[in-house]
Unconditional design. Structure first.
Length: 403
């Protein structure tokens, strides 16, 4: 389908340097403008219209066609270079996720607001793409698209409410005289907000503020304490199926994919209830000054370290006794924890098994260094008494590989 899937594992990175770096990224901007044109043209096929309208209005399809054609044409206007530079470049940005009916406001690059919205119906989908605020109006006038002589001035009967923030031809963000529609798919393509919310947003943005509209059923982010949390929303536009593999890939971007079972993910996709699922809290992991690829992870109050990568960083052979649920080195033993066929140990046992010291260094990092050498015992296979010479292998399966 035509919607853009965003990788949420790196979402909330403000990717719009293109809006204020003159010359260098003009081509990138035009590619994104082209993407917006394609989205607008696709929306035209599905019957997207212009601004909000009263519920149950009898629409004249000839007028709809003319208005849509104008909206598509407006998206195709080529911008001059000076128009690519917005009047604001302070990190203010609007992001709208149609799947969760939420409008996010970023100020100075930080997410500061989340407003509930109503967006386009199934047959009148809101246009996805990259835009910018092109006009602002207080007390907008609404013209009935089915009867151009029907003009509604500002007031309680006006379906646009008391604020209009235009961003793409006839599409805009506005208030509503039907607040019960917020949180649903109710408009002809515009973004409706509660009146207090749109008036608050109006004061925070300027002409030129970037606007990104996307459709993303899976929202994944870090909570205030750093725990990875994800939500899955219903596929209202019937265009974005999700798989366990996709969710695992996005969790991998945070380093916590081993801490959410495939069955739990499958159930989450089926429920599509929009409720938060808290997975685990990742920490950057450093051993003797070397940053490791995999993360240390806190789950249910316990800090876990990846066995094989720790051993590899320390150049230390290990032996895993699956039957006993133990891992041994020449320094000692520790209990293994198997998360989706990746082995971890409790960080409290790190010194005993690896002869290292350290732990949580900051809110998002754990740091370890090797202790002075001490006498060690030879590691042998408990069943045969033979010396263990296996080399630690990063992320190896716990079951032997059949040859």
């Amino acid at each position: 389908m035509f919607f853009t899937l965003k990788k949420i594992s790196h979402h909330d990175k403000l990717r719009d340097g293109i809006y204020f770096i003159r010359g260098m990224n003009i081509m990138a901007f035009r590619m994104k403008t082209l993407a917006g044109m394609i989205c607008a043209a696709t929306m035209f096929t599905f019957g997207t219209a212009w601004a909000a309208e009263p519920e149950g209005i009898d629409i004249n399809m000839a007028d709809v066609t003319r208005e849509q054609a104008a909206a598509v044409a407006s998206a195709q206007v080529e911008l001059h270079e000076e128009e690519l530079i917005p009047k604001v470049n302070d990190g203010t940005k609007i992001m709208i996720n149609l799947a969760n009916r939420g409008l996010y406001l970023f100020e100075k690059g930080v997410k500061t607001k989340l407003y509930p919205i109503a967006c386009g119906r199934y047959t009148n989908r809101s246009p996805v793409g990259y835009y910018k605020v092109n006009e602002k109006e207080v007390n907008p006038i609404w013209v009935d698209p089915a009867d151009r002589s029907n003009v509604v001035t500002s007031g309680p009967s006006n379906p646009l409410g008391y604020r209009w923030i235009g961003f793409n031809g006839y599409y805009g963000i506005h208030g509503t005289n039907n607040p019960s529609s917020i949180g649903t798919y109710a408009s002809k393509g515009c973004i409706r907000m509660l009146e207090d919310d749109v008036e608050d947003l109006y004061e925070r943005v300027e002409v030129g503020t970037p606007v990104e509209v996307f459709y993303n059923r899976c929202v994944m982010e870090k909570s205030n304490d750093g725990t990875v949390v994800y939500y899955i929303y219903p596929d209202a536009y019937d265009c974005q199926p999700l798989s366990v593999e996709q969710i695992n890939e996005w969790l991998h971007g945070y380093g916590v994919e081993c801490f959410e079972s495939d069955d739990a993910i499958k159930d989450k996709i089926a429920a599509e209830d929009g409720q938060p699922t808290y997975v685990a809290k990742p920490f950057n992991l450093t051993v003797n000054g070397k940053s490791l690829e995999w993360k240390a992870v806190q789950k249910d109050g316990i800090y876990y370290l990846p066995v094989y990568q720790m051993a590899e960083a320390l150049n230390m052979p290990v032996y895993v006794d699956n039957a006993a649920g133990m891992v041994r080195t020449s320094y000692g033993t520790a209990t293994i924890n198997n998360f989706k066929n990746v082995l971890y140990i409790n960080a409290d046992e790190a010194e005993a098994i690896f002869n290292i010291n350290g732990g949580k260094y900051s809110s998002n990092s754990m740091v370890y260094t090797t202790n002075p050498p001490k006498k060690t015992a030879e590691v042998t296979n408990s069943d045969t008494g033979t010396k263990v010479n296996e080399t630690a292998v990063f992320n190896r399966n716990i079951d032997p590989v059949k040859k």
